[in-house]
Design a binder for this molecule. Structure first.
Ligand code: ACO
Length: 375
């Protein structure tokens, strides 16, 4: 059949583009390798989930210990990469996602397994990248704040160490727990745009660092991971509870998108959003003041979206308010998403390489035909 006779599905909506055993995204739930996200958010840690995604099964106690040790041992990045991080994090016009993409790409040269796409080498690279990305985020924030680099702390979990490296302050148990849960919720989501990007790159038999670099660029966009920053910026623009209704009516009238709402797959709500909202709201209530105010504004936005559009928040909406209540700088929200989604990306890159076929769809040609250069 000629491609011209086949109707293209804009945005590939509803198209099954391949098989995967990493995760299933359903209207009724989100499952990582068969485990419900609700179960994982309560009973697992980010390190458990990272192992589950990367290795393919739940770790036993000794496997988990060994895995955590590997992550901790891989946290530091080479001096050259620290220098580059400082430079790009403070360069004009660079968003931290651009800086992170640049440093991840640069780190490839230091990885002894860089050009090796075997399963063993890719698992080693996955662990290094998972550990190193958190370090880059910490170093970027230190550089932006004009402070000395904070070295990783081997006594802290992945989530606690990430917060510690960004500020030099050890987080409370509750803060580390909230970020840990957010990392669990963000870790994987089947063929979302950034993961699909990673799989397309991996499908050419290119390397893991290259695939992850492309995935970071895809995640940055405000229709994808960048929405957690945009959601918070929007709440700041609304500013007061009294301004919510007029802001929303004006947004509807001008067809402005409400960031952190809607989803290509979930049409009756994102299972991750309520989990994070609950944790963030509890934390903000205790903190009081401004932290609480943003949740009140956010909840009113949510009620109006439900009333007028029946469109529900995705995980990025509570993430914005929660991270803001914790004092995390807004431009680091999407990089923190990367610190988690790296595990899902790497699981998909390994799955792609284990049973590869070049990903090369067709387009339906809609341009002119039969033109003559000299006539
Ligand atoms: N605000 C207002 N209206 C919306 C929103 C929104 N956030 N999301 C969808 N709609 C409306 C659209 O205007 C459209 O209405 P219409 O049919 O009257 O034109 C309808 O719902 C369908 O929307 P599409 O944009 O076609 O849906 P699509 O599946 O292509 O997009 C997307 C999904 C990109 C997530 C969209 O909902 C959106 O732009 N949301 C805001 C950005 C965002 O929060 N992204 C994060 C996604 S989750 C993640 O990546 C972790």
């Amino acid at each position: 059949m000629s491609s011209a006779t086949v109707e293209a599905k804009k945005g590939l909506e509803g198209i099954i583009a391949g098989d995967s055993a990493v995760c299933s995204v359903e209207q009724g739930g989100l499952f990582y390798r068969g485990y419900d996200i609700q179960d994982l958010a309560v009973n697992a840690t980010f390190e458990d989930v990272a192992y589950l995604l990367l290795v393919g099964q739940k770790p036993n106690a000794s496997q988990l210990e060994a895995f955590k040790k590997d992550l901790i041992a891989a946290r530091e990045i080479p001096a050259d990469a620290i220098e580059l991080t400082k430079k790009v994090a403070t360069a004009p016009h660079m968003h931290p996602m651009d800086a992170l993409r640049t440093v991840v790409s640069y780190l490839a040269q230091f990885d002894p397994d860089c050009q090796d796409n075997s399963a063993e080498a890719e698992l080693r690279k996955s662990k290094r990248l998972t550990a190193q990305i958190a370090t880059i985020i910490g170093h970027m924030q230190n550089a932006i704040d004009g402070k000395p680099i904070v070295k990783p702390d081997a006594s802290l979990s992945h989530a606690a160490n990430l917060l510690y490296m960004m500020t030099g302050q050890k987080p409370t148990e509750e803060e580390a727990h909230i970020v840990d849960v957010s990392l669990i919720l963000y870790a994987e989501h089947d063929f979302n745009a950034s993961t699909f990007t990673a799989r397309v790159i991996a499908g050419t038999l290119s390397d893991m660092h290259g695939a992850v670099t492309g995935a970071i660029a895809a995640l940055k966009g405000p229709l994808h991971g960048g929405a957690n920053e945009q959601a918070m910026e929007m709440l700041k623009e609304i500013g007061t509870i009294e301004n919510v209704e007029p802001f929303m009516q004006s947004a509807f009238a001008t067809k402005r998108k409400i960031m952190g709402f809607g989803h290509r797959v979930y049409k009756s709500g994102d299972h991750r959003a309520s989990i994070l909202h609950g944790l963030g709201r509890k934390y903000a209530d205790k903190k009081g003041g401004d932290a609480k105010k943003w949740f009140e504004i956010g909840e009113k936005v949510q009620a109006i979206m439900d009333r007028e559009k029946r469109i529900f928040p995705n995980v990025d909406f509570p993430c914005g308010m929660t991270y803001y209540a914790m004092g995390i700088p807004v431009p680091q929200y999407t990089p923190i998403f990367v610190a988690s989604r790296i595990t899902g990306w790497c699981a998909h890159i390994m799955e792609q390489h284990a049973d590869n076929r070049l990903i090369r769809p067709l387009s339906r040609y809609t341009g002119p035909n039969g033109l003559k250069w000299n006539g």
